[in-house]
Design a protein. Structure first.
Length: 255
């Protein structure tokens, strides 16, 4: 707790600039969606995918000893900027399950602050890096969301992407967080993090149940139809959806 308070009062200058810069870049890009609110979800989707690729790559490099702890710290600062902007977007556009996602983002931000403040603590940084690899599944989640909005749930691409989503989610969000929770529970000096780790692990299990139901439903549709249609080319943005409610434009596939 002291590390969090100290960071909030007097953050490292590099971290401060990276957090602010990342938040501003995400905010600036998301504002482009205001010109066409119907397709606002696409801007949110693209920002989320970019963040997932960047942070998962940085964490993977760190776990393989290809980058320094300081480089990881900079990556976490960028991630914090994204989380701050995304939380603002959740409430600004009244997205579905915004309260749950806000809790998720706050937990991630607190974890990143703790690691940045203790960047030379190998245990802390390793556990968080493994946890943030869960963003790999977000890449496929966002692709599925895009395909659903484009009414391409019966395409081969959706079948592949949804299968990869379930596979990566199972490994990185269920398997990895169960492993992390076990380490935290059985390591006395990590007991102070139990509320944070157990909460986010429980959320992952909750979303996993929803995801599995949607995946089974998609396969039932394939079996009933008896075919997989070719992936059509969308030429008009309006082809994605005709619903005028903002909430339905930017809600995630797993809502």
């Amino acid at each position: 707790m002291n590390n969090i308070i100290q960071f909030l009062i007097n953050p490292d200058m590099t971290a401060k600039y990276l957090i602010a810069g990342s938040a501003l870049v995400c905010y600036y890009y998301s504002q482009k969606g205001k010109k066409n609110v119907k397709n606002m979800w696409k801007y949110v989707n693209n920002i989320s995918t970019s963040h997932a690729i960047i942070i998962s790559t940085i964490c993977s490099l760190y776990l393989n000893n290809n980058i320094s702890p300081n480089f990881l710290s900079n990556g976490l600062a960028i991630s914090m900027g994204y989380m701050i902007n995304d939380t603002n977007t959740l409430w600004k556009y009244k997205m579905s399950f915004r309260r749950v996602y806000t809790v998720h983002h706050i937990i991630v931000i607190l974890g990143e602050i703790i690691v940045i403040s203790n960047i030379n603590n190998k245990l802390y940084s390793t556990l968080l890096a493994w946890g943030l690899l869960s963003e790999i599944s977000t890449i496929f989640l966002n692709d599925c969301h895009k395909l659903v909005k484009g009414k391409r749930e019966k395409s081969l691409r959706f079948l592949i992407s949804s299968t990869l989503l379930l596979a990566t989610y199972t490994y990185f969000r269920i398997g990895t967080f169960t492993w992390i929770s076990n380490i935290v529970y059985n390591t006395s000096k990590l007991h102070k993090f139990i509320p944070l780790v157990f909460t986010i692990t429980g959320m992952n299990y909750l979303w996993y149940g929803v995801l599995c139901k949607k995946y089974v439903r998609s396969w039932i549709n394939y079996v009933e139809d008896g075919q997989i249609v070719s992936d059509p080319v969308i030429e008009n943005d309006n082809d994605y959806d005709n619903d005028n409610e903002i909430e339905n434009k930017i809600e995630n596939y797993n809502n």
